[in-house]
Design a binder for this molecule. Sequence first.
Ligand code: MN
Length: 241
Amino acid sequence: MERRKFVKSVGLAAAAACVSPKVFGNDLIQGKSSKIEGVPAPVFPALPFEYNALEPHIDARTMEIHYDKHHRGYHTKFMNAIKESALEGMAISEIFASVSKQPDVVRNNGGGYYNHLFFWKNLGKGSTGPSPELSTAITKEFGSFDKFKDAFGTKAKTQFGSGWAWLYLTKDKKLTVGSTPNQDNPLMDVSQLKGIPLLTIDVWEHAYYLNYQNKRADYVDAFWNVVNWDEVEKRYQQAIA
Ligand code: MN
């Protein structure tokens, strides 16, 4: 099957398989506007762009392996882990809220499934930057947009070993940056960071090694060229509502 048709059919199947998620906090987490916090679909979700869409900042070969091997692997293992268990049919946000009670296979693969789904959505080209409202909120919290980029970038560059950096909104609606090890994220009860994720970057070596080798900092700096601010904005508006 030609890739475009394949992407479309997978996308439709994923949409059809997505059932209404259960209650957790607010509209965003309930998944009314964003399906990614909803019930995990048994069909592996489509990548929202072509492999080469983020060139030269993220190369096509990296994207292909990252999506089709790494992300697919997490999805398959996670679906197998929750199949015919009490977790089947639960929203991913609900599973994460008590993930400390689950075996590591759920924490690691559930995180890997969700974090990558989230990451793809906040990537894209052609976005000019945050809206005036989000921009004002970022400036208020961090001093300036550049200082925010420095703060987020530093979390990404200094996360020891594999993990993720995040911009997230805490329960008291404070914009905050931080990083999580392995496949943890701010929705997990085991995480030191807790809140609603707005933006993330994957800093596992598999996310950049083909193109950047050991130069994680260069990858993190290039990331700003491919942030889909429309998605960040959408999540921010839902999170503060
Ligand atoms: Mn990854």
